[in-house]
Ligand binder design. Structure first.
Ligand code: NDP
Length: 435
């Protein structure tokens, strides 16, 4: 079977979802921030405000990108880009691309992560920079990110046309599809600066950790203490992001990097959606501290850790299995597997191993279950007074169910009869026995 294009969607669904996401996501980010910070976390308050004040009202709450917001973003982006370029790290090869290329990366994410957090907390500790400034200018930061990232995606589109970094690039012939899904799989500046590693990992995921710490410090400075709900939320989100950087080289084998091209969908998503929507349960808790009591707080905390661990172990199991060419133990036994062959776009025939035991024998995307539950556990410390903090969990559930379908479609096209054998052996897509 020929390797499929980087993304597989029916044209009508693709077009509709692209246009709606392009137009709806930016105002949603602003309304989310406004509701969390200025409308007591209540969707009804915001709705009443918009009903009374209409579009003019929306425009008046839309924060303008300020100089300080641009300075904060620029300082963070330059710092992260410098760490990405300058810190030493092991050379790691990514998976072979559809055009037969094998990108090479420098694995220095964990060092960059610790240096970033230590620097940020150190700046606060020694009174050099107070993170509450970030929280107080959050609206302006989001609007600057919305506009700046849009311009960034236009530049990516132009680069994809004029100066692609590799043969894993090309146009679909439709300007909106090219802008939305991207032109290049591995765009780089020079030979070494990988743009998707920057947008997805060093800006997007790093901003998640930095903002989690910011919310915690803001609550501390505002109330003179940090509530146990905020502590559980911050610690779980930080453990999740730490796990991400611990495993960053593994992330370079996943769909985001190996299959999704650098366009609005992935880059704007990581530059704007991650710092806003992904961090929103913590943003909510800043002015909604809840005292859970140590027993409930610890129960939620350990349930969250368990989910993050299982999600990590699923990814680890698949990657260890592929790395050792199936010569490893899975849950203490030799793994059961399928050897699936496929053809690259350049006509070469290659083999991949599909693991059919362990977590990967429960369902074809079982790892999404602990991912969603983990997000639930870092949201639930806010309890159930408002709906909006749960937006991320709901969004993530929809995203991952769609992603599982996209991945199945792609693998079906790539592996043909071998994928069918896998589906016969492991019939459930995400939830064993149910779906
Ligand atoms: P993965 O890349 O981990 O898995 C999908 C790929 O793995 C497939 O495309 C296929 O690639 C290969 N594969 C599929 N089945 C098997 C098998 N049985 N044995 C071996 N290889 C197989 O998926 P994701 O990128 O979706 O997830 C990676 C991590 O990121 C997960 O932890 C997930 O929860 C997390 N995630 C988080 C999101 C968030 O927003 N918080 C969003 C998306 C993911 P190949 O072509 O190589 O065969």
């Amino acid at each position: 079977m020929a390797e499929a294009a980087t993304t597989v969607h029916s044209p009508a669904v693709t077009y509709l979802s692209m246009v709606s996401l392009l137009t709806l996501c930016p105002p949603f980010v602003v309304l989310l921030w406004y509701t969390m910070v200025h409308a007591d976390g209540s969707v009804l308050h915001t709705w009443d405000y918009l009903r009374l004040n209409g579009f003019q009202g929306f425009l008046s709450i839309f924060p303008r990108p300020s100089l300080i917001a641009c300075q904060i973003i620029a300082a963070f982006a330059v710092f992260e880009a410098a760490l990405q370029l300058l810190l030493p790290g092991k050379t790691v090869k990514g998976p072979i691309s559809p055009a037969g290329n094998q990108p090479v990366y420098k694995a220095n994410g964990m060092a960059a992560y610790f240096i970033t957090l230590i620097t940020y907390i150190g700046l606060w500790w020694f009174g050099i920079f107070n993170p509450t400034i970030v929280y107080d200018h959050l609206g302006e930061i989001y609007s600057a990110l919305i506009i700046g990232s849009f311009v960034f995606c236009i530049l990516l589109y132009i680069k994809g046309h004029l100066a692609p970094s590799s043969t894993d690039s090309g146009s679909s012939g439709n300007i909106i599809i090219d802008f939305y899904w991207g032109m290049e799989l591995y765009p780089r500046i020079g030979k070494h600066f990988d743009i998707k590693v920057f947008t997805n990992c060093r800006f997007g995921m790093m901003s998640w950790a930095v903002l989690s710490v910011t919310y915690c410090i803001k609550q501390y400075e505002q109330n003179g203490k940090v509530s146990d709900s905020m502590l559980v939320n911050t610690l779980l989100m930080l453990i999740y992001v730490t796990k991400f950087f611990w495993w960053e080289a593994g992330y370079w084998n996943t769909m985001d990097i190996a299959h999704d091209r650098a366009g609005f969908y992935i880059c704007w998503g990581c530059l704007v959606w991650v710092p806003s929507v992904y961090t929103s349960p913590g943003m909510y808790l800043v002015s909604h501290p809840v005292n859970l009591g140590s027993q409930l707080a610890l129960s939620i905390f350990f349930a969250g850790i368990l989910c993050i661990y299982i999600n990590y172990d699923c990814d680890r199991q698949r990657q260890e299995f592929r790395r050792t060419n199936g010569k490893c133990l899975v849950w203490g036994k030799a793994p059961s597997k399928i050897t699936a062959s496929y053809t690259t776009t350049s006509g070469e025939t290659k083999n991949s191993l599909l693991l059919t035991s362990g977590w990967w024998g429960l369902a074809r995307h079982f790892h999404y279950v602990p991912e969603i539950l983990g997000a639930f556990f870092w949201t639930v410390p806010g309890l159930f007074t408002h709906f909006l903090p749960y937006f991320y969990v709901i969004f993530l559930t929809i995203l991952l169910f769609d992603r599982a379908k996209r991945d199945d479609d792609r693998c079906k096209t790539k592996y043909g009869k071998y994928w069918k054998t896998y589906c016969d052996k492991v019939p459930y897509r995400i939830i064993p026995g149910i779906y």
